[in-house]
Design a protein around this ligand. Structure first.
Ligand SMILES: NC(=O)c1ccc[n+]([C@@H]2O[C@H](COP(=O)([O-])OP(=O)(O)OC[C@H]3O[C@@H](n4cnc5c(N)ncnc54)[C@H](O)[C@@H]3O)[C@@H](O)[C@H]2O)c1
Length: 393
């Protein structure tokens, strides 16, 4: 059985579930051959806890691995991708692929929400070109960490579209919750934006994937996005916002709600909503309206097990569902979020595809289209929703 040696960058939320899922991969032997992160003490303790050799940097790890697994914040993704590609090492990169993080040396006082979005778009398109060239010219494996693609509900829809020759006429999708746990989230210089790039890329990626699948099934070519109209808002910073203490509000310079209306090359459409102002756990879905069927794909809550708890402290040691702030009353308990959210099937596909030398379901082309669409959406939002052409890389 082929062995894939994986080196992990980043030991936060994403790094932890990547290790859990990589340890459950079957059919390919996965060796966790290295870990690094920015702070020495966090990489040392993570390495010790999981029995993974620790390296000072991604560069130092590259000679010892086959695949670099990038789970660091978005502002460092490009450097890791290019270093790995140039060393002929394969890549897994968490969403978002990349973004705009301010002019060189941007200080804390720089505000992304007030900066020119056309400048951002130009810089992002240049970055996407560099990433595409590095990956494609070096012929390295690339997996784009978009779990929506791999959610079992979305994969069931892929099968329906492929086997019935469906034409998707419109889709709606959302990822929203009550803010990220990462302290870099909320700061444009590290995150590359707010809800659109931090959360909206998830349903957008899943939706762009399904139109690709449809095009390939019906005509042998993917159907790609053409224009986008978008709005963004800072609802928790409205002068009249009344803070009851339930929603995270400490964002530096990002939007906390956004909406994108995408028109595809064939004239069909999708509407994506995303925000930080949704209580009650992660709210993730895609709904598909086709010419021969309709499917509601649930990622969270999935309602495999609903449980009623009359007194919160009874469940103090029971994990129920991500980002639900109370254990009391009815909860949609998630027995295995790594599966229902798509993380486990994602890492399974990446390892199997890397071992076989084939494209994964979520690859470089989806990553490039998702990022180009998102920054075109920021340009549109700056002009209060003007329909904006998407420059595909
Ligand atoms: N697919 C998903 O559902 C999902 C969920 C969470 C996070 N993510 C993505 O994963 C990435 C990480 O997010 P997170 O929530 O784990 O963040 P986090 O803040 O919890 O962890 C980030 C990790 O990266 C390390 N890091 C920071 N700067 C670094 C640098 N310059 N070099 C090396 N390491 C560095 C930090 O030390 C930390 O270990 C982001 O791109 C995020 O969007 C995806």
């Amino acid at each position: 059985m082929k062995t894939i040696r994986v080196g992990l960058v980043g030991t936060g939320f994403a790094g932890r579930y990547h290790v859990e899922c990589l340890r459950r991969v079957y059919g390919v032997t996965v060796e966790l051959a290295g870990v690094t992160s920015r702070r020495a003490e966090s990489r040392e303790s993570f390495g010790a806890e999981h029995g993974i050799p620790v390296f000072e940097s991604a560069e130092a790890m590259l000679p010892h691995i086959d695949v670099l697994d990038i789970c660091s914040p978005p502002y460092v993704h490009e450097a890791g991708i290019i270093a790995a590609a140039e060393a002929s090492v394969g890549i897994l990169c968490e969403k978002p692929l990349t973004g705009y993080f301010g002019p060189p040396g941007a200080e804390k006082s720089w505000r992304g929400d007030q900066a020119s979005k056309l400048v951002m778009l130009e810089e992002v398109l240049a970055r996407l070109g560099r990433i595409r060239d590095a990956v494609k010219s070096n012929g390295v494996f690339f997996g784009y960490g978009e779990n929506f693609v791999y959610a079992p509900s979305v994969q069931k829809e892929r099968e329906i579209v492929e086997k019935t020759g469906a034409q998707i006429l419109r889709m709606t999708g959302e990822e929203s919750h009550n803010g990220s746990a990462s302290d870099m989230y909320g700061i444009w210089r590290y995150a590359g934006g707010g809800s659109l790039i931090g959360k909206g890329v998830h349903p957008l990626g899943g939706i762009l994937y399904l139109k690709r699948v449809e095009g390939l099934a019906r005509n042998g070519v993917p159907i790609r996005p053409k224009t986008v109209s978008a709005r963004v808002h800072q609802l928790t910073r409205l002068p009249g916002y009344e803070d009851k203490g339930f929603l995270r509000t400490d964002y530096h310079d990002i939007e906390d709600y956004g909406v994108m209306h995408v028109v595809f090359e064939d004239g069909t459409v999708a509407d994506i909503m995303t925000g930080e102002i949704v209580l009650g756990g992660i709210h993730d879905y895609i709904e598909v309206f086709a010419n021969n069927h309709r499917t509601y794909c649930r990622l969270s809550p999935v309602h495999i097990a609903d449980t009623y708890n009359p007194r919160g402290d009874q469940y103090k040691d029971v994990y129920l569902v991500e980002k639900c702030s109370t254990q009391e009353g009815w909860s949609a308990a998630a027995p295995d979020e790594n599966f229902t959210m798509g993380y486990q099937p994602e890492l399974q596909d990446f390892m199997a595809a890397a071992a076989a030398g084939v494209e994964p379901q979520s690859g470089i082309d989806l990553a490039l289209d998702t990022t180009a669409t998102t920054y075109a959406a920021y340009v549109s939002a700056e002009q209060k929703g003007l329909e904006t052409e998407i420059s595909l890389v």
